[in-house]
Design a binder for this molecule. Sequence first.
Ligand SMILES: NC(=O)c1ccc[n+]([C@@H]2O[C@H](COP(=O)([O-])OP(=O)(O)OC[C@H]3O[C@@H](n4cnc5c(N)ncnc54)[C@H](OP(=O)(O)O)[C@@H]3O)[C@@H](O)[C@H]2O)c1
Length: 446
Amino acid sequence: MQEYGEGEALAPLRVGVAGLGNVGATLVRILQKDGADLKRKLGRQLEVVAVAARSRSRDRGIDISGLQWFDDPVALAKSDGIDLFVELIGGEDGPAFAAVKAALEIGRPVVTANKALLAKHGVALAKLAEESGTQLGFEAAVAGGIPVIKTLREGLGSARIAKVFGIMNGTCNYILTRMGNEDISFADCLKDAQALGYAEADPTFDVEGFDTAHKLSILSTLCFGYEIAPEKIRVEGISRITQQDIRVAADLGYKIKLLGIAQRTEHGIEQRVHPTFVPRGSAIAGVDGVMNAVALETDHVHELLLAGPGAGGPPTASSVLSDMLDIARGTKVPPLGVPSAELMPYVEAPMRAHEGGYYIRFNAKDVPGALASIATRMSEHSISIDSVIQRSDLNAKTVAADGSATRTVVMITQQTLESSVRETLAQIAADGFIVGEPQVIRIEAL
Ligand SMILES: NC(=O)c1ccc[n+]([C@@H]2O[C@H](COP(=O)([O-])OP(=O)(O)OC[C@H]3O[C@@H](n4cnc5c(N)ncnc54)[C@H](OP(=O)(O)O)[C@@H]3O)[C@@H](O)[C@H]2O)c1
């Protein structure tokens, strides 16, 4: 560890950056612009000396003429000319994994913004870093510019965390916010998000909740000390949310948000990602547009909400820089909060009862006995119906080409078990009074 006043003696920290896209090019730009300021803080210069990307000729708005160029990120990671390797390529395997592994194996510190890589290989990479006595920083991998990793690992390092939940995907939050403010469908909103650069050409990973699941799995490990287990997360996305759902939520005093939620239970860890009714007055409901937020429930600090930009070049590069500063200062912490050998094997808890119950929207056949049959099945499973929603737009009859008619039926249940809801819906489907899969949205009291 560097002592105060000794900084001037330190040689520049030579940095190799693999990936010069949105985040990588922004990082190089910030370092070229703010280098002198950072040197004053660190007593040491952070100097990008080498880069790798696919296209050498592409104009990235940065001057790379004086930097060593590598076509192969692994060769850059292993190069003797750098002291720190920064991976900003992306992808859970491929060149990103190969290069990060190669750097750690030779004891070279690594900074990455790659949540997919961390979700899949995080434990193995943390172990490798510990065995090599080096550092692995990934502040930018969860919630972009929000310093949540450091908050969990260091700021709340001694706290016992009971629950973490949050809005961790700006694309989904943008779409749901606009659907809540305007009479616009999911599909139209998605098109706008793509035109504005908030959504990828293939939005599946974001809108179906997988991106949130990756981030949640990393947070969950930092909070609870279990191995990273993204495959154990129940994941539902937002592509089936309609204006009907949004309007009923608003009538009842809620907003719909895509939440990632992980909590410690007496049976293990419960992790889930799904659209959620959140009370309109709650702090998390106020996080709109492309903003992200992570809420933590702890023993002594109680509740903490971190909110801010969850993506974009400058916020993400700022988190990458924060890790680089730690490495330049010689700070060493176990990457996942506890040494990887101390991580517990993941124990999956069954989904529990939800405070506030469920919103269930059926497309029910317009025939005598349909509603009664649904209500009977509910009562057989001891599911108490809090209300059946009446709205003129819901009550309208829809007639299909074959002449069959359906009506929308929306029910709000009281607190109930997830397993009861699933069993009941399976039986209702088998009874033949509904068309298609019912829409089920959990209501969280938060
Ligand atoms: N964008 C965000 O807001 C954000 C937020 C948080 C975290 N992240 C994470 O940050 C990382 C980078 O994201 P990004 O948005 O900057 O991605 P991006 O714009 O797509 O940039 C990816 C870069 O990687 C380079 N690359 C791809 N394959 C390569 C290979 N085989 N060898 C060498 N270089 C290769 C590309 O080279 P070319 O330019 O030559 O094609 C490009 O410069 C990802 O892990 C992402 O999940 C991004």
